[in-house]
Structures are given as structure tokens and as C-alpha cells.
Write a protein that binds this ligand. Structure first.
Ligand SMILES: [Cu+2]
Length: 133
């Protein structure tokens, strides 16, 4: 094989390819595991698991934090989903008793991002607040 006019061996190519794979995987292997945030849907609202007093709660995350949103639909007869349009993150529609999840990395800059249930976004919406580290 020839690159830039030089002949390089197959072994070199394989070595370089392996290094590139390791370099690509390094951030995944070294970053902290995602923090789970468990939401449930009931009565056309989102709730943080264990706090049924606060519908559509503010979800607080740190800048750059890896989080996993877990959503369980506890509302019989309705399909709910979860989406953060600005972060291009979503959980597809869930029927009663179904659970889904989505992991993402919070933006590096503090700010607020809307989360919604797409079929019921007029009622089922809240805010993700990204705080400075
Ligand atoms: Cu919904």
C-alpha cells in the first residue's frame, strides 16, 4: 500500500487503525457513567419518581454532566413520550407500564432547555436547567 508516495506495510496500517479506534473510544471509556433521572407520567404530567407533589418538575443538571433520563408511563390508556428538542434527544412513545430511556451529555454552558411530551406538549412540558459546575 502507498500513502503520500511512501510504501507502508499492512502491519503499520493495522497498527494505526487500532490506535485510531482506541483514541475514538477513550472518551467513552474514561468518562463517568451517566446519572439516572427517573421520571414517571401520570395525570397528563411528568413527575420525578418519589415526588408526586411536583408536576412537570425542573430537572437540574450540571454543565457537561452525562445523564440518563428513564421514563415510565404510569398512565393507563395514554401514550406518552419525552423529548428535549434543543438537544435532539428523545424517548419514543410509551404505552402504559412501558419504560424507555435516553442518555445525553448536558451542554457545557449554563442555560435552560424545554422538555416536552410531544403528543401533549401544551400540558406536559418542563424545564431542564443546566447549572455551572
Ligand atoms: Cu403525553
Amino acid at each position: 500500500m502507498s500513502v503520500f508516495g511512501r510504501k507502508i506495510s499492512g502491519q503499520t496500517v493495522a497498527g494505526v487503525a487500532l490506535l485510531m479506534v482506541v483514541a475514538a473510544l477513550l472518551p467513552v471509556m474514561t468518562s463517568a457513567p451517566a446519572r439516572d433521572i427517573v421520571l414517571v407520567t401520570r395525570d397528563m404530567s411528568f413527575y420525578l419518581e418519589g415526588d408526586m407533589a411536583t408536576p412537570n418538575p425542573v430537572i437540574e443538571v450540571k454543565a457537561g454532566e452525562r445523564v440518563r433520563i428513564v421514563l415510565r408511563n404510569e398512565e393507563r390508556g395514554l401514550v406518552h413520550d419525552f423529548a428535549v428538542p434543543a438537544l435532539h434527544s428523545a424517548i419514543d412513545g410509551l404505552r402504559y407500564n412501558e419504560e424507555g430511556d435516553v442518555a445525553f451529555e448536558a451542554p457545557d454552558v449554563p442555560g435552560t432547555y424545554e422538555y416536552i411530551c410531544r403528543p401533549h406538549m401544551l400540558m406536559m412540558k418542563g424545564t431542564i436547567t443546566v447549572r455551572a459546575r
